[in-house]
Design a protein around this ligand. Structure first.
Ligand SMILES: Nc1ncnc2c1ncn2[C@@H]1O[C@H](COP(=O)(O)OP(=O)(O)OP(=O)(O)O)[C@@H](O)[C@H]1O
Length: 265
């Protein structure tokens, strides 16, 4: 699987929440070229996960459509791997069985599975943990397994929903560095949801700042800083201030909305 661009055209998503309709996304248009690392950034409730789930094919748009590798997205597919915040590992399987699980389903020969799993264990520094169960691993290690499991399937597109949100700062930075290394080696297209401004600047080629309800593209920014990026540099902090102001505006709208809703109830 080589080509891996994503096209999002006129996508809107409306949820029926009891009596109310919630417009989670309105008229999103994006072209994500092959190999780009994109972060979707914005405060809680601005539709980041909704957009990611639509690209994954878990929840289809109400209007508009999405193409991955030129093919219309009508459901989940092996060309798009997803990493969630909450690890989503099988607790009854060891690390190596978790990583190899999808390959078995695909009908790969056991010897080939062993070889692929061995390479991934090495790539993610998990070799010493191959026989452990998820409950015996730290959060960071579990997330390494979740990433290895998606990489095993060799999808050209990786979709990541706040994958490092539950980790402590040091573990988070280590995994960010690993992800950048893997991305540079394997040339995947990555769409990564975060509400951390620093994480977005550290990782992304491009940051899509979203508005709060309805979710639209507020700003589409190419990050020109050379990697590895230094969060203490002046240029990094300048961008952080600029993005901080944009996100704050949307946070304020969220806050005002909550006050309005409370008044209605
Ligand atoms: N299944 C659903 N039914 C009704 N409303 C939904 C549903 N899923 C999401 N929403 C609403 O759509 C909006 C966007 O939600 P979404 O989870 O995509 O935002 P987000 O930016 O990913 O936020 P967070 O960072 O908190 O996950 C929110 O107002 C949310 O309440």
């Amino acid at each position: 699987m080589t080509s891996s661009h994503i096209d999002v055209a006129n996508v809107s998503k409306i949820f029926n929440a009891g009596e109310r309709e919630v417009t989670a996304l309105r008229d999103i248009n994006l072209h994500i070229p092959d190999g780009q690392f994109v972060c979707l950034l914005g405060p809680s409730g601005c539709g980041k996960s909704t957009l990611l789930n639509a690209i994954a094919g878990f929840s289809l748009p109400s209007t508009g459509d999405i193409h991955a590798n030129g093919a219309r997205v009508t459901g989940p597919g092996p060309d798009r791997g997803m990493v969630f915040q909450e690890y989503a590992l099988f607790p009854w399987m060891t690390v190596e069985k978790n990583i190899g699980f999808g390959l078995g389903i695909k009908g790969m020969e056991p010897a080939a599975i062993d070889q692929r799993v061995g390479a991934l264990l090495e790539m993610l520094s998990l070799s010493d943990f191959r026989h452990r169960f998820p409950k015996d691993l730290s959060g960071g290690m579990r997330q390494r397994v979740a990433i290895a499991r998606v990489l095993a399937l060799d999808s050209p597109i990786m979709l990541m929903d706040e994958p490092f949100g539950a980790l402590d700062a040091l573990t988070r930075r280590n995994l960010q560095d690993e992800l950048l290394r893997i991305w540079a080696d394997l040339k995947k297209t990555i769409v990564f949801v975060t509400h951390s401004i620093e994480e977005a600047i550290y990782l992304a080629d491009r940051i899509i700042v979203m508005t709060y309800r309805p979710g639209t593209v507020k700003r589409d920014i190419i990050v020109e800083l050379p990697r590895m990026r230094d969060p203490s540099s002046a240029a990094f902090n300048e961008l952080k201030r600029e993005l901080g102001a944009l996100v704050m505006e949307e946070q304020q709208r969220h806050h005002n909305d909550e006050i309005r809703m409370a008044a209605v109830d």
